[in-house]
Design a protein around this ligand. Structure first.
Ligand code: FAD
Length: 328
């Protein structure tokens, strides 16, 4: 099986980005997953253990002090080296701003083509094929590259985790990172989270509300359900425009794109602009009183009913299962 390189992003506090598990599980479905990470000297042991637990069969660690000050340049150096040594069929990265920068620089450095914003990747008899959600989510297109190794940025989705690898094959190399004249990160601090809820883009469960809630006060019902499920909070543009929640919650074409394991749409009609941002979710559950609402066309489970009746019942049912009282 061909090697599939995965660009591993490490946060300033040393933790792996939440997209790592999805990328490694996707790589394991395409071929042999090889995690490539740039890190300071001596940081590799814990990283290797964590990456093995997420399914990396091999880990290439590029050691350089520049891995924290010149993050993209160090990642590019590590990936370029791994491309030369591992002859991969593809390189996968997340759609984070840093990963996009890394893939663009890597393309320039190695002369390989970039495929951006894929929602899925398959291996079609040795040819790597990326799928894209286009025209407001109305169509899914498939594309491959004519030559070279595809460098693919792919959005996270709730895929089954890859089986853990107890002892991945490890290669540690010293990286030469050209940093002269480049901007450097000299200090970083984690901003206090505005909310205790999971971040919308990477949340495994997203609960979203729409105009059907009718008011900011009623939207609290959606927020309570999100908190009961430990979910990220989303909304339609109509709910945002009506002032129920801030714009940062908007899911859709002109908002955030999410691909959680579970997406719960409450009082949302399912306009194509909304669907563009959530239809790659693994499971979609919709609550709407209109049986003809378009959201039901893409829902795995649909509840036709008044949300003001359904939501309290849903919270009671969840409370009965989890043992946590509905009001908590
Ligand atoms: P509505 O379409 O009004 O639907 C409300 C739903 O609630 C209805 O289906 C109704 O049956 C149901 N309902 C009402 N009362 C109850 C009740 N008591 N119980 C149960 N169900 C109830 N939209 C986005 O969401 N995201 C975007 O990023 C986005 N970008 C856009 C970009 C452009 C260029 C344009 C033109 C539009 C965009 N829109 C976007 C807007 C989009 O077209 C829709 O207008 C919007 O998604 C509708 O939001 P909604 O479903 O909450 O409201």
């Amino acid at each position: 099986m061909s090697n599939i390189l995965v660009n591993i992003e490490v946060a300033a506090d040393g933790s792996l980005r939440s997209s790592t598990a999805h990328l490694l599980s996707l790589a394991a479905r395409l071929g042999e997953p090889v995690a490539v990470v740039a890190a300071p000297a001596g940081a590799s042991e814990e990283l290797v253990r964590e990456l093995g637990a997420l399914g990396a069969g091999a880990v290439v660690v590029g050691e350089s002090p520049a891995s924290t000050s010149h993050v993209a340049a160090a990642a590019v150096a590590a990936l370029a080296g791994a491309i030369a040594s591992h002859a991969p069929a593809a390189v996968l990265a997340s759609t984070s701003p840093t990963a996009r920068e890394v893939m663009g620089r890597l393309a320039a450095r190695t002369g390989n083509p970039v495929v951006v914003d894929a929602v899925g990747v398959t291996n079609d008899g040795g040819r790597i094929v990326a799928s894209h959600s286009v025209f407001g989510g109305n169509y899914v297109t498939e594309s491959g590259v004519g030559a070279g190794i595809p460098l693919v940025t792919v959005s996270s989705s709730g895929a089954e985790p890859a089986p853990a690898v107890a002892a991945p094959v490890v290669e540690v190399r010293r990286l030469e990172v050209p940093t002269q004249g480049a901007a450097a990160i000299t200090r970083s601090e984690v901003a206090a989270a505005a909310s205790e809820r999971p971040e919308l883009r990477s949340a495994k469960i997203v609960v979203s509300g729409g105009r059907g809630l009718g008011s900011k006060e009623n939207f609290v019902l959606v927020e309570e359900l999100a908190d009961t499920l430990g979910a990220g909070l989303g909304a339609s543009r109509a709910a945002v425009d009506a002032g129920y929640v801030p714009q940062s919650c908007q899911v859709g074409q002109t908002g955030v794109s999410v691909s959680p394991e579970l997406y719960l749409a409450v009082g949302i009609s399912g306009a194509i602009q909304h669907r563009a941002g959530m239809q790659t979710a693994r499971r979609i559950v919709a609550i709407n009183q209109d049986a003809d609402a378009p959201i039901f066309d893409i829902a795995d489970f649909g509840i036709v009913g008044d949300l003001f009746t359904v939501l309290p019942q849903l919270r009671e049912a969840i409370a009965a299962r989890t043992g946590v009282p509905a009001g908590v």
